[in-house]
Design a protein around this ligand. Structure first.
Ligand SMILES: Nc1ncnc2c1ncn2[C@@H]1O[C@H](COP(=O)(O)OP(=O)(O)OP(=O)(O)O)[C@@H](O)[C@H]1O
Ligand SMILES: O=C(O)CCCC[C@@H]1SC[C@@H]2NC(=O)N[C@@H]21
Length: 264
C-alpha cells in the first residue's frame, strides 16, 4: 500500500493538536500556504493559526525559488505566529527553531537515520546528506509565517540533491508525521516565547544538530561576492558567524545568503 498517497486524516490532526494550535485549516489545493497565511495575517488571523495544503501548486522557497511537492508525497504546512514577547531582531531564530522541530520529529520516528540541519533552512538526511525539508519564514507586521515543506514519500523528480523520509527508510504516514511535527514545533516555540526569545533556549540543541557548524564553508552573497571560512556558531539573532582566513569574524543573516556550500 502506498500510504503517503492517502489524504491526511483531518479529524486526527485537528483533535490531537487542538490544544497547541488555535485554528487548523486543511485545504485541498492552493498556490502557496505561506502566501495565503501572510494574507490572512494581514486580515487579522489569530496567533497560532495553521494552514496545510494537500496539493501546493506554487510553493516558494528562499529568494523566490520554487518548492516542489507532488500531490500526496509530502507535507506543505505554514504556521502564523505573533510572538509579541520576542524582539523582532530575534525572529531569525524561527527557521532554526523549525529545523529543530523537524529533527525532533525524525528522531521520534527513527533515531538511527543520519539527519542534521544546514543553516539556515534545510533539513538534510542520509549518509550522503541530501535535502528532505526546507523552511521559509516571512514577516508581515507583528506576524511571522513559518512554512515547512517535507518530503515524506517519493523524492520529487529532477531534484538531484533531494531525499525523503521513505528514501531514507522511514515508512510513516503523512498524518503521523504532521502531528508529530506540529506538536514539536508548538512545544519549542512556546518555550522560546515564554523565555522572550532567549537564544540559549535553542542554541545548545542547534549547535548539536547543525551540520554546517565547525565546517569550512563558502557563502555566496547577493551581487556575487563570496565569503569563505569556518562556520563557527550562530549569534543571538540566529545569524551565522563566519571566521575567515584573516581571522575576521562576520555575521551573515539568512536573507543575505544566496548559497551556502561546503568549501571545495
Ligand atoms: N521537494 C523538494 N525537496 C528538496 N529540494 C527541493 C524541493 N523542491 C525544491 N527544492 C530545492 O530547494 C531549493 C530552495 O532551497 P534553498 O533556497 O534553501 O536553496 P538550497 O539549494 O537548498 O541551498 P544552497 O544553495 O545554499 O545549498 C530550490 O532551488 C530547489 O532546488
Ligand atoms: O528550501 C526552501 O528554500 C524553503 C522551502 C519552503 C517550502 C514551504 S512548503 C509550505 C510553505 N509554503 C510555501 O510556499 N513555502 C513553504
Amino acid at each position: 500500500m502506498n500510504r503517503t498517497a492517502a489524504h491526511l486524516d483531518a479529524d486526527a490532526v485537528r483533535s490531537t493538536l487542538a490544544g497547541a494550535w488555535s485554528h487548523i485549516e486543511i485545504v485541498e489545493r492552493t498556490g502557496s500556504t505561506n502566501a495565503d497565511l501572510l494574507a490572512a495575517a494581514e486580515r487579522g488571523a489569530p496567533d497560532r493559526s495553521v494552514l496545510i495544503a494537500e496539493h501546493q501548486e506554487a510553493g516558494r522557497g528562499r529568494l523566490a525559488r520554487t518548492w516542489l511537492s507532488p500531490p500526496g508525497t509530502g507535507l506543505t504546512v505554514s504556521v502564523l505566529l505573533r510572538p509579541t514577547t520576542v524582539s523582532p531582531s530575534r525572529y531569525g531564530w524561527l527557521p532554526l527553531l523549525a529545523g529543530l522541530a523537524l529533527l525532533d520529529t525524525i528522531r521520534e520516528l527513527d533515531d538511527d537515520v543520519p539527519a542534521g540541519l544546514k543553516w539556515p533552512n534545510d533539513l538534510l538526511m542520509g549518509t550522503e546528506p541530501r535535502k528532505a525539508a526546507g523552511i521559509l519564514a516571512e514577516v508581515t507586521g507583528d506576524a511571522v509565517v513559518v512554512g515547512i515543506g517535507l518530503n515524506v514519500g517519493a523524492v520529487p523528480e529532477g531534484q538531484p540533491n533531494a531525499t525523503s523520509l521513505a528514501a531514507e527508510g522511514i515508512d510513516a504516514d503523512r498524518s503521523t508525521v504532521l502531528i508529530a511535527l506540529l506538536r514539536n514545533l508548538a512545544e519549542r516555540e512556546q518555550v522560546w516565547r515564554e523565555r522572550r526569545g532567549d537564544p540559549e533556549v535553542l542554541r545548545g540543541d542547534y549547535r548539536a544538530g547543525c551540520l554546517s557548524l565547525g565546517s569550512a564553508v563558502r557563502v555566496e552573497l547577493p551581487g556575487g561576492a563570496v565569503l569563505t571560512g569556518i562556520a563557527e556558531d550562530v549569534d543571538v539573532d540566529g545569524r551565522l558567524l563566519l571566521l575567515d582566513e584573516s581571522g575576521t569574524r562576520r555575521a551573515v543573516a539568512a536573507g543575505d545568503v544566496v548559497h551556502l556550500r561546503p568549501r571545495a
